[in-house]
Design a protein around this ligand. Structure first.
Ligand SMILES: [Zn+2]
Ligand SMILES: [Zn+2]
Ligand SMILES: [Zn+2]
Length: 320
């Protein structure tokens, strides 16, 4: 014989099950879903010389020499496709060795230690010299794809020690064509483009990384935005996240240089330029590629000021 309260007890049990599914299992399912979407991880934020900077004993680097938590790697990104279980590295920096290990640790060893390909913007030391770790002396990789523009490709093919990586098939150069997308996976493609910079050995590329979820603009090095044949404001508006050159904060960074000879955008000028834009546009900007003298690396009040104006700055280890 059923007891009168058994029906109520069953209802409570059913409700408990519903609560369990909605409040405990649902977030787990949502996390699982979001983890299947492509994403970008910041593996480094500093200018070519890293932070601290070789030979700098001034106040900008003093604390960082003695405190590992203040050190920052040279600018680099990992672009990850969890469904395909692949990742791509953007820039082969002098910190390449630490950055591969950093990505391996951040992702719990879920991905191949080597990326499925390496994208390189240009032939300045902070952006390609990490390739040396792929050679016979270290990893001795086989046909590691390196994506770069034609002059960069010719530079690697015809100058030692890089030519040895090509001749021994440690790397396989995949030459890019400006403004032609390269499909990396069903949910990720990359569009290279040319930007003005000091082009001694190669042209300088920027990349638009288009995923099924977000679009990213990556311009670690560029001369003044005004010298580009594209409108930086329109370019930023067309993406969700814009990681752009913030080598110098203001002209105090460069006491010995005349304003007109500084071949980079200045953060305060970039903020002024985007000042009239709406908050949504300003917040897309994530400053990156900080010179050691840029206080955004070491002065919390300057970082707070940047945030207050509605802009963001790239943080090493963050997922975007
Ligand atoms: Zn650089
Ligand atoms: Zn310094
Ligand atoms: Zn450069």
């Amino acid at each position: 014989m059923r007891r009168p309260f058994s029906r109520a007890a069953n209802q409570i049990k059913r409700m408990k099950t519903i609560i369990f599914f909605y409040f405990l299992l649902l977030p787990v399912l949502l996390v699982a879903q979001s983890k299947s979407e492509p994403y970008v991880v910041v593996l480094g934020v500093a200018q070519d010389g890293g932070y601290p900077h070789t030979g700098c004993l001034k106040h900008c680097c003093a604390a960082a020499w003695d405190n590992d938590s203040l050190k920052r790697f040279v600018v680099s990104l990992a672009v990850v496709d969890p469904v395909e279980s692949k990742w791509w590295l953007f820039e082969a920096t002098p910190d390449f060795k630490q950055q591969l290990q950093y990505f391996h640790k951040l992702t719990g060893g879920k991905y191949n230690y080597l990326p499925a390909g390496i994208f390189v913007t240009h032939a300045h030391m902070g952006h390609y010299t990490g390739l040396m770790h792929l050679g016979k002396e270290v990893m001795s990789t086989r046909y590691e794809p390196v994506y770069c523009m034609p002059k960069m490709a010719a530079f690697l093919q015809s100058n030692g020690p890089w030519s040895q990586l090509v001749n021994y098939n440690n790397i396989l150069i995949r030459q890019l064509v400006a403004d032609s997308p390269v499909t990396l996976s069903p949910s990720i493609s990359v569009v290279p483009f040319i930007v003005p910079h000091r082009d001694e050995y190669s042209e300088t590329a920027g990349f638009k990384i288009v995923t099924s979820v977000k679009k990213y603009l990556f311009i670690p090095d560029i001369n003044k935005f005004e010298l580009w044949n594209r409108d930086i404001i329109e370019q930023v508006k067309a993406v969700d996240v814009a990681l752009i050159d913030a080598t110098f904060y203001d002209y105090n960074d460069l006491p010995n240089l005349h304003h007109t000879s500084v071949p980079h955008p200045i953060v305060v000028e970039t903020m002024e330029k985007f000042g009239p834009c709406d908050a949504a546009t300003r917040s897309k900007i994530h400053f990156i590629h900080f010179n050691h003298t840029n206080p955004m690396l070491w002065d919390e009040s300057v970082r707070a000021e940047v945030h207050k104006k509605g802009f963001n700055y790239a943080v090493q280890g963050e997922t975007l």
